[in-house]
Design a binder for this molecule. Structure first.
Ligand code: NKO
Length: 206
């Protein structure tokens, strides 16, 4: 149990590494917390026009979610489903409230994707496809994230028995991740309703 707690803490620390800030610093770009939505995330880094930096941010933030779970399974092969669900949640929470940024982090979309990849690659693919479809049709990154976050737990539960066996604890963790993701997008939700949300590739508010 102490070991599981240590793995949860480790997952939180891994999730806390803010790739938007790290990548921007390494590439000599402005701190993403100073422009656009002020969010340290791939979408906001894209607002600099630097697609490579945005892609690296997405990759890094997703990789850490995947890595936290992979590492926990590696270090504790027999970890209980509830323990692993806590590890998944901890990595996600690390991105939202990172100790390295004074607990002011991102919105968790890329990190949640990484978590899904570790839990169930097909689930991750279905969720990412959902994100992409909404993004292509509506051009709002935030809207795509919200729709994907709603469907991820739904897919997880309803896909159970078809392609995987859903663990109740992990289902709860995904639902909590979805709720937190919505909570972190509340300013985006307001902007979407008001029609002032910025579109992907738009650069600035319409
Ligand atoms: O700057 O407030 P902003 O407009 O930047 O940003 C809103 C945006 C923040 O998220 C990001 C990350 C973008 C990642 C894009 C690829 C996502 C692929 C689909 C993953 C969905 C996972 C949700 C699972 C929840 C359980 O939203």
């Amino acid at each position: 149990l102490v070991f599981t707690a240590a793995l949860i803490l480790l997952a939180y620390l891994i999730g806390s590494v803010p790739f938007a800030v790290v990548v921007s610093k390494l590439m000599g770009l402005q701190d993403p917390r100073s422009y656009g939505s002020k969010n340290p995330g791939a979408t906001n880094v894209l607002r600099t026009g630097n697609k490579t930096a945005a892609a690296l941010t997405l990759l890094g933030d997703a990789a850490k979610g995947w890595f936290a779970i992979w590492l926990a399974e590696k270090l504790a092969p027999g970890i209980a489903p509830a323990g692993l669900a806590m590890v998944a949640l901890a990595a996600f929470v690390g991105h939202l409230y990172p100790i390295f940024l004074g607990f002011k982090g991102g919105k968790g979309v890329a990190t949640a994707l990484g978590v899904l990849v570790a839990i169930q690659p097909w689930l991750a693919l279905a969720t990412a496809a959902t994100w992409l479809i909404i993004a292509v049709f509506f051009r709002y990154s935030s809207l795509a994230s919200l729709v994907a976050a709603f469907f991820a737990p739904v897919y997880y539960v309803f896909g159970s028995g078809l392609a995987w066996h859903a663990q109740p604890a992990m289902g709860v963790a995904l639902a909590v991740i979805g709720v937190l993701l919505f909570y972190r997008h509340r300013a985006n939700i307001t902007r979407l309703i008001q029609g002032t949300e910025s579109k992907i590739g738009g650069g600035k508010k319409k």
